[in-house]
Design a protein around this ligand. Sequence first.
Ligand code: ADP
Length: 276
Amino acid sequence: MITAGVDIGSSSSKVVIMLDGTRILSKAVLPIGTGSSGPVKAFEQALALADLPRRQISYVVATGYGRNHFVEADYQVSEITCHARGVFKLFPDVHTVIDIGGQDAKAISIGANGTVTNFVMNDKCAAGTGRFLDVMSRILEVEVNQLAALADSAKREVSISNTCTVFAESEVISQLASGQAREDVAAGLIKSVVKRVAGLTRRVGIKSDIVMTGGVSLNWIAVRFMQEELQNSVLVSPDAQITGALGAAIIAENMIRSGKVSQVSPGSIPNSILAI
Ligand code: ADP
């Protein structure tokens, strides 16, 4: 059975197409999220990469901030449930998940079989999210995916005293104007996001192993700082940004297999896939 998971975030769209809830056939990530053409384009891209027509996808589960607006979805599931399920597939021994996305950050405790036992979320303030780093990268004149490389050569971390993103923006501008090195400011900005999210994680309760997911986990300085802050090793999968979509595709398969829903599309598996 072929299923798809579609994670529609505030800043990116992620799609995973899976065979029998076990093998990833294709994945797509586009850096535009809900309210844009990103979700549809990412879905089409994943279908093209798997060389599959839409009718062969038995069930599509959408998750993420924009999950209720995706016309191709058969069902919607919260991103917390999907992240936990995706992490359980990638790291069965992990009990604490730190997900830092574009618009929110979450710390999730997971129990047996990848079920959610507790979570804490910051979705009220940009500080402590990827959005904060996006805004600050612009002031540092660097793409957000180059921020870690910039911070890697920092000699120290310039601390940011404002928690409000708008005030922090002015603070960063004056720090740069007063001659602080861009590298040191970059390190300080990443540290400030990490400190806030580490606080959330302590509130949810830390139980090893810890894994980081979401776009900010691609920032290796953020991962290093998180390890230092929590005094614990932090795992990151190469599939960290698609974890929610992966979980959604697995949940889609489980729903059909357990008889919770009947298969929407015939979903016959092409011989080309069975032969791989
Ligand atoms: P959402 O699901 O909310 O759309 P993501 O989990 O995709 O968010 O995370 C988006 C955030 O991740 C961006 O705001 C950005 O700060 C960060 N990010 C995305 N790509 C990278 C990258 N290649 N390197 C570092 N940070 C990144």
